[in-house]
Design a protein around this ligand. Sequence first.
Ligand code: HEC
Ligand code: HEC
Length: 352
Amino acid sequence: MKKIALLGSVIAFFAINTFAAENQELIKKAKEAGLEPIPSGKELRDYQLKKVKEIDLATGYNPKLTDAQIELGKKLYFDPRISSSNLISCNTCHNLALGGVDVVPVAIGEKWQKNPHHLNSPTVFNSVFNSVQFWDGRAHHLGDQAQGPIQNPVEMGAKPNLVVEKITSIPAYVDEFKKAYGNKVKIDFKLIADTIAMYETTLVTPSRYDDFLNGNPKALSKGEQEGLDIFIDKGCIACHNGINLGGTMQPFGVVKPYEFADVGDFKGDANGMVKVPTLRNIAETMPYFHNGQYWDVKDAIKEMGAIQLGISITDAEAKKIETFFGSLTGKKPLVIYPVLAPVTNKTPKPVF
Ligand code: HEC
Ligand code: HEC
């Protein structure tokens, strides 16, 4: 009896060791395939600062990612009064309680208008790790990006001078800008957008997948590891790589056209390239693709195999990849809902 138990534990010992060794192999394979963890600690801070410097604030400002700058950016992110109606904030379409999205196929903005190209709102979480922003990659950094939706008539519909007038009519905001950038600060539209962008650089969501890539083989379940292995072997990593498993411009419809290409008129950039969406938090950011046509991620996975790689992915394989995707759901930063100072008599009134 004792001998059998001993034999059992010896076998278990070897089994565990082989499993651990295989795991280390998979970690190596994933890294060689170009998958990278979210940096942590000082490395993350340096990364965020580097991105903030790229924002290229109006000369004379020192974007240091101080607590005052981040907190102010957060207030602006949540403040619907920077829209013309006083109803739409960045958080309306990029809801931080909902994986950074709105969970509708097509973005809805001012006056209940749909995005004219039938575009779906991408997540803001981890957008700092994208090499370009927007589905057609037309913005190179988050500061540039943030100027777009505020002015877009179908999103927040506010002209730059209106936004500046609204913000500067609220004394508490003026004080906060001084706290963030010094007493001589000139509050202009660019600084407002850049400050929001600074807050966005903090919206990063590390997950167990990062622990795994950082060398902890136990961080992913066996099923998740199987899914990761398939994801690599099928060739998804050709485009879904780097920290975000996406974020670069790539061809779309390589082998054949996308099934719902006709919903909306989006055709990518001038060369037909599309910004690869991040797969981080993919289990929360449905519906999928630029025009939001798939609700079940397994269908999106199978469509990818067919149109991008010319392979057919079985239901069982799609299910395993979906299991792996579950490990990409990250820990969200704690967001304390900001209290915003009231409007004054000088504040321009909302327009509907
Ligand atoms: C009406 C909904 C709506 C509002 C409001 C809105 N966005 Fe967006 N956002 C979108 C859509 C749709 C896209 C994709 C548009 C495109 O590619 O042309 C987008 C794209 C983005 C991206 C690019 C992400 C990526 O992966 O390419 C970022 C970052 C972003 N928005 C941040 C913001 C910020 C900051 C605000 C507030 C100033 C804001 N958005 C307001 C709908 C919205
Ligand atoms: C040739 C590059 C390329 C390859 C290979 C590729 N993808 Fe994609 N993937 C993209 C692009 C580009 C998009 C965005 C397409 C769009 O919506 O216009 C995308 C979108 C997705 C989406 C939807 C994400 C969202 O938030 O809307 C999923 C899921 C996905 N890919 C999974 C996979 C899987 C799984 C594989 C392997 C079977 C794969 N992809 C292979 C480039 C690629």
